[in-house]
Write a protein that binds this ligand. Structure first.
Ligand code: TZP
Ligand code: MG
Length: 221
């Protein structure tokens, strides 16, 4: 799966008055390659509604949609997969519940997490938070570019894909890509971004900018 520009949604960060689907469509036009619907305050009915509407839009752009945390909602809308946290449903159980071929990703911020993700055969890992972020209350310190390199190294020899997350913006993306790959064979498959796209007055331009930096850096590393 193309994880190169991985959009994680957060409706609370939208500019005042901007509808979620409008921002999502602009980000899709700008070239995001995968979308994760992340809802931290919505109740189940609201989460389901947002996920279903977002799925219909992503389908039109042929972009896979993943659901954060909730296997039941992923199943209900026929999502491409789920993204799980360390305290969500274990991967082996999610794997049993989801249709064959579903994508299951997991957040990791330590070597222990990455080793467990390898054992449980995650399809991809989200590594971070790399840098501090206003989007999520972090329960441990940001891992930094060096920490990211260490976690990537722990993926060597596996076919698990990896994206970095946390504080990633067009202004620091080149630094992230150059720094994290200089010490490992396992390169990043993509970057996951929330606020730099969602909170932007122009998500299309924001996505396009991130993608062109990612692609340009990929060619020289
Ligand atoms: N997980 C680790 S950091 C983060 C999540 C969901 C939020 C990243 O948001 P932003 O706005 O891209 O820093
Ligand atoms: Mg979670």
């Amino acid at each position: 799966m193309d994880l190169s520009l991985y959009l994680v949604t957060d409706r609370s960060l939208l500019p005042v008055g901007k509808p979620h689907l409008e921002a999502l469509e602009q980000a899709l036009i700008g070239g995001v390659t995968v979308v994760q619907i992340r809802e931290k305050v919505a109740d189940t009915a609201e989460f389901l509604r947002v996920a279903r509407e977002s799925k219909a839009l992503c389908d039109r752009y042929n972009v896979p949609l993943l659901v954060n945390d909730r296997v039941d909602i992923a199943l209900a809308i026929n999502a491409r997969g789920v993204h799980l946290g360390q305290s969500d449903m274990p991967i082996d159980i999610a794997r049993k519940l989801m249709p064959k071929g579903s994508i299951i990703g997991i957040s990791c911020n330590s070597l222990h997490d990455v080793r467990r993700a390898r054992e449980s055969k995650a399809d991809y890992v989200g590594l971070g938070a790399v840098w501090d972020t206003q989007t999520k209350k972090l329960t441990s310190s940001p891992i930094g570019v060096r920490g990211l390199g260490v976690l990537l190294e722990a993926l060597d020899g596996s076919d698990i894909q990896a994206v970095a997350i946390g504080g990633i913006k067009s202004t620091n993306l080149a630094r992230l890509l150059h720094g994290s790959v200089s010490r490992t064979n396992h390169t990043l498959d993509g970057v996951a971004v929330v606020s730099d796209i969602v909170a932007s007055p122009n998500p299309e331009t924001a996505a396009r900018r991130l993608k062109s930096i990612f692609n340009a850096c990929k060619r020289c590393i």
